[in-house]
Design a protein around this ligand. Sequence first.
Ligand SMILES: [Fe+2]
Length: 389
Amino acid sequence: MHKRLILGVSVAVAGLLLARPSAQQQAPVNQPDDVQVRPIEPPVRPLPPEDRTAREKKFSFFAYGDTRSQGPARSGEPAPDGRVLQGPHSAVVDAMVAAAQRLASTQFPARFVVSSGDAVLYGPNGTMWNVSYVPLIDRLTRQAGLPFFFAVGNHDMTTRPIGDPEREHGLRNTLSAISKLLPPDGSPRRLDGYPTFAFGYGNAFFILLDSNIATDKKQLEWVTRQLDGLDRRRYHLVFAVFHHPPFDSGQHGGDLLEPASAAIRAVYLPLFRKHHVRMTITGHDHLLDHFVERYEDGGRAYRMDHLLSGGGGAPTYVYTGEPDLALYLKENASQNVRVEHLIKPGPAIADNPHHFTIIRVDGDKLSLEIVGTGAAPYLPYGMPRLDLN
Ligand SMILES: [Fe+2]
């Protein structure tokens, strides 16, 4: 195997806006078009206004990401996205609809879905959204009735910087797709013009941000203000949802540290520790990975789970190796930061089936259930439910 590129954090952060396009983004299939993206239908049961759910402390929500199709089978051929409904993603949606029905009569009904991005292969192509993605999410919002909250990925926005026409086209298409699902510009929970927003439900608060631009000052200031101003007597649990994982042992991780992930480590994790964010939910790698970061603050011990659940339908990946955390641990030694790799992806494609995650909130306690859509049962934690306390 050829030696993979290792980037230092500071170099990587500086180079974030210069990130190289992926092979698929260089392929001729990635053509923008002028097709208007149809908005996903609003949920049958919208999330109530924040102040009406303050007493809710028992519920579930679903997390997943990376639903895009593969690229074209051969150069010059069209990709599945833009031609057909996303097949593996459709199976995941079916499993979510069934899980929502199963949970409806329990103490922990499913209340909403969060996605960590990469909806379609090439975001500036409106046909891909309309043909392959939007009709599937309509099933979640109409059939299952669930609110749906989307954090943008690199395939949605491209890796171009803010203001670049290619990124702006991807942003326009993404915002059109989710226009009935996120707070509008001018809302206190929305960063105007950005796909960056927040919402609260019960004792849990969620921030969804654009990790393609993790070094963007305006976004960082907005997220900081949301956290600074948060009523922590109510919101005991804070979740951050975005695309690029801080720690990853799959195709995009191991001994490769991508610029956006390096930026998340350097820019956001210190902020998240300061505010005792309970969990990050990411994707980008098409598999399940889970790290636990432990640290001390003000003489108390804290835990932040980093869940990567990127098995939403894109071709799955495999374990490649452990990330190099030496520099990260050294830079954050003052808080006695330690990182445990709770579970690893498997070495073969068959070990990493498509899936989504059910996160159960029970007061201050969290637990996870992974729902696979493969032929064989998928129990990555070795048990049906994992408590995170
Ligand atoms: Fe991605």
